[in-house]
Design a protein around this ligand. Structure first.
Ligand SMILES: C[S@@+](CC[C@H](N)C(=O)[O-])C[C@H]1O[C@@H](n2cnc3c(N)ncnc32)[C@H](O)[C@@H]1O
Length: 278
């Protein structure tokens, strides 16, 4: 059952149960908008490149979304390798399978909490923005690690929503930012990734912090449902409707004057499964 903090605030936690979300269309569109950004493409490219995969590798992609990373992984491991790409959402799996051009990528609708595979069968795993929507991110991470071979590569990217910079910055922006933080289950997921890798005994850990920047309020509105975010603040008595309208005008004006700025830090963390169980 999905739980919302208030009736207006849409939640990125709904990614954990996309097919049941009344905001599914919006969330899926937001994923496409994110993937189209040059800064996100660069973060994704660097993550996959840092995995140093080889032709013939068998890779698990978790929370594959529309399959962009799974397809890129398929191209890297070639005909002798394979990628199993899973997602809990049937909508995402159907969409990914339809977009797919790689014959060595198999898309499966499966919940990552319930991976029906034996231990240590994949040479590597990759996930981008999976743990951010899960309260039990530690349990989920452990379950995924179980499937990776000794010496196998683990690569997770996640956003650190608490690092968001939104300018023009004023007291209304501050309220909007607080509401945005609340729309994430783990707004600090990015910065927690390194300790998660350490706690689980991964070795040769590499941490890559990277910033994504957006200069258009219009584009950012396709990722954050600002009208809902502002309505939630109004509902909680933190903002009046007049102040909310004023804020929207200010943001559009700032965009026109090229003063609008949004930045957020993503962390990609890589590590290897130790030779003996930890
Ligand atoms: C924010 S999207 C990111 C999608 C993709 N990795 C990307 O970078 O574009 C998170 C994805 O993880 C999937 N997901 C969330 N929880 C999951 C779970 N427990 N098991 C499998 N997939 C899950 C969602 O359905 C969604 O497609």
């Amino acid at each position: 059952m999905l739980q919302k903090q208030n009736s207006k605030l849409f939640c990125f936690k709904e990614f954990a149960n996309l097919d049941m979300s009344e905001n599914a269309d919006y969330l899926i569109k937001s994923m496409d908008v994110m993937s189209s950004l040059e800064s996100i493409k660069a973060i994704k490219y660097r993550a996959l490149d840092s995995m140093c995969l080889r032709p013939g590798d068998r890779v698990l992609e978790v929370g594959c979304g529309h399959g962009e990373d799974a397809e890129a992984l398929g191209a890297i491991v070639g005909d002798t390798g394979s990628v199993i790409a899973i997602d809990a959402s049937k909508r995402m799996i159907d969409e990914a399978a339809q977009r797919s051009t790689q014959s060595n990528v198999e898309y499966l609708q499966t919940d990552a909490y319930d991976l029906n595979y034996s231990d240590h069968i994949f040479s590597a795993c990759h996930a981008d923005r999976l743990l951010v929507s899960h309260e039990d991110y530690r349990g989920l991470f452990k379950e995924i690690l179980r499937l990776i071979k000794q010496n196998g590569v683990v690569c997770f990217t996640d956003v650190d929503a608490l690092s968001i910079i939104l300018t023009p910055f004023n007291f209304i922006t501050k309220i909007i930012l607080e509401q945005i933080h609340k729309s994430f289950v783990n707004p600090y997921m990015g910065r927690i990734l390194p300790e998660l890798f350490i706690e689980n005994g991964l070795r040769e850990i590499k941490i890559i912090p990277e910033t994504s920047m957006i200069r258009s309020f219009e584009t950012l509105s396709e990722i954050f449902q600002f009208s809902q975010v502002a309505d939630s603040a109004i509902e909680e008595g933190k903002l009046t409707r007049d102040l909310s309208s004023q804020w929207f005008k200010e943001m559009y004006q700032a965009e026109k004057e090229e003063k609008f700025l949004y930045c957020v830090t993503f962390f990609t963390v890589l590590g290897k499964i130790p030779n003996s169980p930890c």
